[in-house]
Design a protein around this ligand. Structure first.
Ligand code: FAD
Length: 486
């Protein structure tokens, strides 16, 4: 099946909107009666909504899952093109992420992972490209440079940030954490400007921007410390947790397991291509109206849509002021993620930073396609932001900014123009978490708000989405205590 989402380009086919995915659901709905009053309506079929819908339906609740798109997975989905899975959004998982690993074990997918890197071929080098030219390092030198630069960045306490974020899954921001949340990474870099070598500065800045998709000024220093703590307070941990292990069959091969299990319960009704426009939740239950005017009713609702689009839905009564303010501020991540299939086999083992001049700042060999070509993935963000489909020559030039390559195919999803995401993974500007984390997580009457964007642990990751979906289902099951399996 082909989703309306995503883009691909080849010389022969030109630019095409829409790419194939096993995450597209056919038929798009199994709603039988418009009069049914559900126990719970889940809005959003990303990992959070899928987890919530599955757990609630397995507990015996009558669940309706409403999703704006034609597919499951939200910001994590894959497109299989000529036998190779391109990850359009969320990609990497790790066994240290407890929620994600619980699900991988549940579906017996422990042996369906592969390692992105292969440091055994051709140009087995780290290429550090800046306006001053290109420097070449071994991967061992790359690791040492990244570790020393990030250690200087996070070392606010002589313990590499351990005293600031001792419990990275805690819901409480200590006074110290709040202090660092009000600080940007640019502020922190100003403090240590005399301690960093020019190369350390390049590496630290590019790595932070890879994580935030924002600018140095709009990146909360606390949230970077939080990622660092979750990754075991080391650069090696960051690589293991953030960019190493992915599904051989692509993310959609994982997400579809959640959907199928929910469906097999017999308690799941669903409707795709159903953007929700209005949510009324004044009285006993909830009434939801889609853009085309269909209405659905339920006793409870789980709202599993991202922060940056919450204000696009009309809530009656309106959202609580703190949540509304958080949504108005939004998160800052405008990551540009581009895949290229290239015929240069030698580039399978390169990693590179191309910064600060280039549109894509971090890239590396991510796989080998069935045709024997190299798959390169590269990331940009708000810093030098661009829309990859608008000017393909610019997009290709940004890829060439790492190292010359012969591009055969491009694949990407423009998350900035995506009306149901308005950005990539959550990353906060200074002050958002200290001011609004509690507001984002709060319940409003019969609505539980759940999303990776305000998870406590791996906030902004697939793991965080599953954490939140689990929390939401447990909360709603509690409302039906006595009637459902707890
Ligand atoms: P979403 O996936 O955004 O799901 C929300 C759903 O709500 C969507 O399906 C959306 O269509 C739907 N929706 C929105 N508005 C409406 C409406 N009005 N009516 C009905 N439905 C609506 N995480 C990792 O763990 N590892 C990674 O390597 C990684 N890399 C990433 C790379 C990119 C480019 C991106 C974009 C994300 C990445 N992430 C990664 C983050 C991860 O993808 C997300 O944190 C996670 O998928 C979010 O899940 P969610 O269910 O909370 O939200």
């Amino acid at each position: 099946m082909t989703s309306k989402d995503g883009y691909s380009w080849t010389e022969a086919q030109g630019l095409r909107a829409g790419v194939p995915s096993i995450g597209v659901i056919e038929p798009p709905t199994n709603v039988k009666s418009a009069d049914t009053v559900y126990d719970v309506i889940v809005v959003g079929a990303g990992y959070c909504g899928l987890t919530a819908a599955r757990d609630a339906s397995l507990a015996g609740l009558k669940v309706l899952l409403l999703e704006a798109r034609d597919r499951i997975g939200g910001r994590s989905w894959s497109s299989n093109i000529e036998g190779y899975p391109y990850e359009m959004g969320g990609t990497w998982v790790f066994w240290g992420q407890a929620n994600v690993w619980r699900e991988i074990a549940r579906y017996g997918m422990q042996d369906e992972l592969e390692i992105s890197y292969d440091f055994s071929k051709g140009i087995n080098k780290y290429l550090l490209s800046s306006p001053q030219g290109v420097q070449t390092f071994s991967h061992e030198e790359e690791d040492a440079l990244m570790q020393s630069s990030l250690a200087k960045l996070v070392n606010v306490d002589g313990c590499l940030g351990r005293t600031v974020v001792p419990f990275p899954h805690s819901g409480v921001l200590t006074p110290e954490a709040r202090k660092y949340d009000h600080m940007s990474v640019a502020d922190r870099l100003a403090e240590i400007k005399n301690d960093l070598t020019p190369n350390e500065r390049l590496c630290a800045e590019a790595f932070v921007l890879l994580c935030s998709g924002g600018t140095l000024e709009t990146t909360s220093f606390y949230e970077f410390l939080h990622w660092w703590a979750l990754s075991g307070y080391s650069y090696e941990g960051c690589i293991d947790y953030l960019v190493k292990y992915k599904f051989r069959g692509g993310q959609s091969s994982f997400a579809i397991r959640f959907f199928r299990e929910a469906l097999a319960s017999g308690n799941l009704t669903y409707a795709f291509n159903s953007p929700v426009a209005k949510i009324q939740h004044g009285g006993e239950g909830v009434q939801i109206t889609t853009r085309v005017g269909k209405t659905y009713k339920a006793a409870k609702m789980i709202c599993a849509i991202p922060l940056n689009v919450l204000n696009d839905v009309a809530f009656d009564p309106p959202l609580a002021p703190g949540r509304k303010a958080a949504a108005t501020t939004g998160h800052v991540n405008q990551c540009v993620k581009v895949h290229a299939e290239i015929s240069d086999k030698d580039l399978r083992s390169f990693t590179g930073i191309s910064y600060p001049h280039n549109g894509l700042l971090y890239g590396f060999g991510d796989g080998t396609t069935p045709a024997g070509n190299t798959h390169v993935v590269a990331f940009g963000g708000q810093h030098n932001h661009f829309h990859p489909e608008e000017n393909l020559e610019h997009t290709k030039a940004a890829l060439q900014g790492f190292v010359p390559m012969k591009i055969q195919r491009l694949v990407f999803h423009n998350w900035s123009k995506d009306e149901f995401a308005k950005g990539a993974w959550f990353f906060p500007a200074p002050g958002l978490l200290a001011t609004h984390l509690k507001d984002m997580r709060a319940r409003e009457r019969n609505i539980v708000f759940a999303c990776s964007d305000w998870a406590l642990g791996w906030r902004s990751f697939i793991d965080g989405a599953i954490e939140e979906g689990t929390r939401a289902a447990i909360t709603v099951r509690g409302d039906f205590a006595g009637r459902v399996k707890l």
